[in-house]
Design a protein around this ligand. Structure first.
Ligand SMILES: [Ca+2]
Ligand SMILES: [Ca+2]
Ligand SMILES: [Ca+2]
Ligand SMILES: [Ca+2]
Length: 708
């Protein structure tokens, strides 16, 4: 039987004529959507046919809380559209229907005052009704005190946490609409109302400093006001120190030398004096060192540090600034094709194009170093013999930037100096369409931006001249430093010279320990003969002891640190010089490791601190502060110890250094237990905001110690 007029019957040729290609696509899409929505409706309907809601859980009936009702509440049942509330006189009595609601709360206003009832709830939807819930008993209040909130619990008043207030907090009382905070000078005298709030925190800004008060809270609502809560004592203290930039210095060694220069130059309003002992000051040169010296000659690492340490450092640089070797849009840590799942197992990448593997024919692998199981994670090796292991001679792939001729070997592409590049992308192979290829500009790994954002050399190039002129700068570097930090220092000093700021340069220390070198000039640079000696994981204080016995390497360490201390001291105006046996005995210096709460890291962090002899002699003696940042993997405990105390006391006793507070921030990332470079690290998963931690510490020191 014909049910459709002829005109609507399917005629292939005719329809093809009518619909353009685009319309055909639209028609196809419409059909697919129609089928999908049909399927969706069917499955949804099927589900509803077989499902009725489960019984409500967590049924709660109020127990004398309200004088006019019993409030019943429960947790919603998935799929339920309404709930019916039942009441019984006991667990065996008839359950009487009270009412139905789509909400998850019901007020029983028909309950008799003082009678205990049993409440049940059922959930329902179009498919049926659930069983009864578990019951809860409830009752209406009987006396005028019913319905009044209970006193707040867990009242806490802050103890010296703030420099301008006592903060009072408490746990909310059910049914309360406001809270009044009271204060008393002790537990027996009159409690004075301070103020009322609807929240659960109150700031008392009228308390006298360093005086202990007792805090109480009452809760109120329309029915009345609770009794007093239990008390908690609280107090605040004003900042102890003044913390002015001309009496604040930042210095450091190795990684800490970088941290001191990077932080100090970033905040010249905080630090007028910066001292940097042998560290990376030139990020472009650091990247060049990693690319050419470390990875380019991978099988012939320097004796110090060994390759294992270099790989650890590269991992920590990657956590801090991003992977300098490869660009992977999916991760600042892993190379392209690598992720948390395959980074720590033998993984082979096929068809991985690189200038060392231009046709992609050789496998590229993750590998362990120094041995299997010690996964490098951030590097890829070419696996020439395809045994899924990196063997000696198998190279590390390096995609720092597009290939270029670096005529002056400084790691920077300088077309003005006649250097040329090939626009072949980071893989260095033409016609692969990879990142940066054929875009008409020299392309480098975008992760390098994070290095240049925290680059001391970049800072001295861009800082206003007036800010630079104001700074007292001291640097040293070993001429045979294995990291080539001497070249970093030369580049740094050259850049400042280029801006008209001249350094006094010494080849070797003017004086040798136990004599101390002093610099009257605002800027000094010591190139000392030798390498990266003595400061890695060594106890600096112990080096002073060894230096007294004439141990050559220890004398270099002692020279470096005494010059840092003396330069810092010489550039704090005025000062308290000298001590005597009476003061050393009666008001001795103190050194140790303390902790404070870092708001930026939301955790307690440790730091070392030295307080000079006489610090505890009066409450009105204020001191300049030196922040001393440690090298890679050096511990606070290794610096803040009795050896160091003896060395510092000796310098003060000899009049070589004024009395000052020395603060030693923690340089270890608690996630990796390795160095964090004192930056807010790019990798949020493996790192944290350690520059913010450092400034938290400065605030803490100025509020807790007598800083000038
Ligand atoms: Ca191999
Ligand atoms: Ca160059
Ligand atoms: Ca390419
Ligand atoms: Ca390019």
């Amino acid at each position: 039987m014909k049910i459709l007029p002829d005109a609507l019957l399917f005629d292939k040729g005719k329809w093809e004529g009518i619909f353009s290609k685009e319309l055909k696509m639209k028609k196809l899409t419409a059909i697919v959507l129609a089928v999908m929505s049909l399927f969706y409706l069917v499955t949804e309907a099927e589900a509803q046919l077989i499902r009725r809601p489960s019984a409500p859980t967590n049924v709660q009936a109020s127990d004398g809380t309200y004088i006019d009702k019993v409030e019943v509440t429960w947790t919603a049942s998935p799929g339920a559209t309404s709930y019916t509330v039942y009441r019984a006189a006991n667990r065996w009595g008839t359950k009487t229907t009270l009412g139905t609601t789509s909400a998850i709360t019901y007020d029983d206003t028909t309950a008799l005052a003082g009678t205990i009832y049993y409440y049940y709830v059922k959930a329902a939807n179009a498919n049926g009704t659930s069983n009864f819930s578990v019951y809860d008993t409830g009752s209406r209040g009987t006396s005028p005190t019913d319905g009044i909130p209970s006193p707040p619990t867990n009242v806490q008043a802050s103890d010296g946490t703030y420099i301008d207030k006592v903060e009072v907090t408490w746990t909310a009382s059910p049914g309360a609409t406001s809270y009044t905070v009271y204060r008393a000078a002790n537990r027996w005298v009159t409690k004075t109302a301070l103020g009322t709030t609807s929240g659960t925190t109150y700031d008392d800004t009228t308390a006298l400093p360093v005086k202990i008060y007792y805090y109480y809270v009452k809760a109120s609502n329309a029915n009345g006001t609770s009794n007093f809560s239990a008390y908690d004592a609280g107090w605040w203290k004003p900042p102890k120190g003044r913390g002015s930039p001309e009496f604040r210095a930042i210095g450091g060694v190795s990684m800490g030398a970088y941290g001191a220069m990077n932080i100090g130059l970033g905040r010249p309003d905080f630090f007028n004096t910066i001292a940097s002992l042998g560290g990376p000051l030139d990020m472009a040169y650091l990247l060049k060192f990693i690319e050419v010296d470390m990875l380019g000659d991978y099988d012939n690492p320097n004796l110090y540090p060994n390759r294992d340490t270099l790989i650890d450092m590269l991992k920590d640089l990657t956590i801090s600034f991003g992977n300098p070797v490869y660009y992977n849009p999916l991760s600042t840590y892993y190379p392209p094709g690598i992720n948390a799942q395959n980074a720590r197992v033998p993984t082979t990448l096929h068809n991985f194009i690189d200038r060392l593997n231009p046709d992609g024919s050789l496998p590229v692998i993750t590998y362990g170093d120094p041995g299997p199981g010690d996964w490098v994670e951030v590097l890829l090796a070419r696996d020439d013999n395809a045994n899924q292991t990196r063997n000696r001679g198998e190279p590390i792939l390096r995609q720092f930037q597009e290939p270029f001729t670096d005529n002056n070997l400084n790691g920077i592409f300088e077309p003005g100096l006649g250097e040329t590049y090939s626009d072949t992308g980071l893989d260095g192979v033409p016609n692969t369409g990879d990142y940066g290829e054929n875009d008409g500009v020299f392309t480098y790994n975008p992760n390098h931006n994070h290095y240049f954002a925290e680059d001391p050399l970049n800072r001295v190039e861009t800082l206003p001249l007036t800010a630079l002129q104001n700074l007292n700068l001291y640097i040293d570097a070993g001429t045979e430093d294995e990291f080539q930090f001497g070249i970093h220092a030369d580049n740094f000093v050259d850049t400042l010279n280029g801006r008209g700021l001249i350094f006094r340069v010494e080849n070797g220390f003017p004086e040798n320990f136990p004599n101390v070198s002093h610099f009257n000039e605002k800027r000094g640079y010591v190139r000392y003969p030798g390498g990266h000696v003595g400061v890695d994981k060594e106890n600096i204080g112990w080096s002073f002891e060894q230096a007294k016995q004439g141990v050559e390497g220890a004398i270099v360490v002692a020279n470096r640190f005494t010059t840092l201390f003396a330069f810092t001291s010489d550039h704090f105006l005025g000062g308290d010089f000298g001590t005597d046996p009476y003061e050393l005995y009666r008001y001795p210096s103190e050194i140790g490791v303390a902790t404070f709460n870092s708001p930026s890291l939301n955790r307690r962090m440790k730091f070392g601190i030295y307080l000079p002899p006489g610090y505890s002699r009066s409450s009105t003696n204020y001191y300049p502060v030196l922040y001393l940042l440690l090298g890679y993997n050096m511990s606070v405990e290794g610096m803040a110890n009795s050896w160091m105390k003896a060395a510092l006391d000796g310098l003060i006793l000899a009049g070589q250094m004024q009395k000052m507070i020395i603060v030693i921030p923690d340089g270890l990332n608690y996630n990796t237990n390795n160095g964090h470079f004192f930056v807010n690290q790019i990798d949020q998963e493996r790192g944290d905001r350690f520059k913010d931690y450092f400034f938290d510490l400065v605030t803490f020191i100025d509020t807790s110690y007598k800083t000038k």
